[in-house]
Design a binder for this molecule. Structure first.
Ligand SMILES: Cc1ncc(COP(=O)(O)O)c(C=O)c1O
Length: 406
């Protein structure tokens, strides 16, 4: 390990600040290697990763099966565009359709693109199948949502940082309170084509809706002929202890929107999955992406789905998550005001009288644990699902010591 005097971190942080737009406020750590739950910085310090790339690293850093699939594919074929068909495409789509219980899959790259795909498909379904008058389609979303950063998506954000000065905004969205079924029922009208929701709101601070909300949304959407679009980009793929967060209420949405962990922490892979009636509205030329569904993405995605098919990661998240939540709840009243979440995913509210979420994250970093604050007082904990019991216990102890609870 380098001494403080010849540390490489300050100059590497400076260089990154000097040459990039300041659209993020990262912790001052410069990572150079990673394996499983652990990352190493340019000075040789090791940290336990409790963010997992916002759940893009559910299977840990460089999972051997995923790395092997990527290597093998790199040596054969990386890109064709969708102008041609490649030999990894059908298997990826078929396996993802089976995992979601849907008929058809449309792969894209980033989460925001998958959400854009969902919006476009829902509108087209509204005009062509439901019979909404042209240009009138309405999509209902929740307050405090986070669905990505495109101009359309930020148009219905309630976060001023995300939205201000990026107008003019895309019309056609109505915002209702998250978790409020009555407000949703009132907002649905004849022009409503879809309800777009995160089954657990991640960026808002890991907000879990009241029990019965997701099944209530399902029932409302079915009875009013409205599509339920579930943004499982952060909550899905084993993060909450089930394959999808909607599974906790045995709900099947009309569309699963996926991203992040679908690319195994190696490549950006996102997708939507829906019935033939819904996704079948798209015809050649109406939507697409040069890189969406490329061979490398599909090869890695196939291995991701195989990992999920074992059920091991869902089980680990459920069991270890219960343990993590129990340990975190013991901190309530001792520097922590609330703990929310499901599986290996928690939003921990730090008592503002003790310190900010940022200060807590920086102190944790100093102790070898990487977590990230959100909305001032909350820190999000989302370790890779390959984490071990003793590592969770160690991490919660670091948090307890940082906030003075230990
Ligand atoms: C629920 C949800 N939807 C969409 C996105 C956007 O994904 P991406 O950053 O890959 O565009 C995110 C990213 O945090 C997310 O959490």
């Amino acid at each position: 390990m380098n001494s403080i005097v010849d540390s490489r971190t300050p100059s590497a942080v400076d260089a990154a600040e000097r040459y990039t737009a300041h659209n993020y406020h990262p912790l001052p750590v410069v990572i150079t290697e990673a394996d499983g739950c652990w990352v190493t910085d340019v000075d040789g310090r090791r940290y336990l990763d409790f963010l997992s790339g916002y759940s893009a690293l559910n299977f840990g850093h460089r999972h051997p099966a995923l790395i092997a699939a990527a290597h093998a594919q790199l040596d054969r074929l990386t890109l064709t565009s969708r102008a041609f068909i490649h030999d990894q495409f059908a298997e990826f789509c078929q396996r993802l359709a089976a995992l979601t219980g849907q008929d058809l899959v449309l792969p894209m790259n980033t989460g925001a693109e998958a959400v854009e795909t969902a919006i476009k498909v829902a509108r087209k379904w509204g005009y062509q199948v439901k019979g909404v008058p042209d240009g009138q389609a309405k999509i209902i979303v929740a307050a405090d949502n986070f669905h990505g950063r495109t101009t359309t998506i930020i148009s219905f954000s309630t976060d001023e940082d995300a939205r201000a000065d990026f107008g003019p905004y895309t019309p056609g969205f109505e915002i209702v309170a998250y978790g409020d079924l009555e407000a949703l029922a009132e907002a649905i009208d004849d022009y409503t084509v879809a309800v777009l929701l995160e089954p657990i709101q991640g960026e808002a601070g890991v907000l879990v809706p009241p029990d019965g909300y997701l099944s209530g949304v399902r029932a409302l959407c079915s009875s009013r002929n409205v599509l339920f679009l579930a943004d499982e980009i952060q909550s899905g793929l084993a993060r909450t202890g089930r394959t999808f967060a909607v599974d906790h209420e045995d709900v099947k949405p009309d569309m699963h929107i996926m991203g992040k962990a679908l690319g195994g922490g190696i490549v950006p892979v996102s997708a939507v999955a829906a019935s033939r009636e819904v996704l079948g509205v798209l015809k050649p030329g109406q939507h697409g992406s040069t890189f969406g569904g490329n061979p490398l993405s599909c090869a890695v995605g196939i291995e991701v789905i195989k990992l999920l098919e074992t059920g091991e990661y869902q089980q680990r998240s459920a069991q270890l998550g219960a343990m993590m939540h129990e340990q975190l709840r013991a901190l309530i009243g001792r520097g922590v005001t609330a703990v929310r979440g499901r599986g290996l995913w928690a939003g921990v509210d730090i008592d503002p009288g003790v310190m900010t979420g940022r200060q807590a994250s920086e102190k944790l970093m100093g102790r070898g644990m990487l977590a990230k604050d959100t909305h001032g007082t909350t820190i999000r904990l989302a370790p890779p699902l390959v984490i071990e019991e003793d590592e969770i216990t160690w991490a919660v102890r670091q948090l307890a010591e940082v906030i003075g609870a230990a």
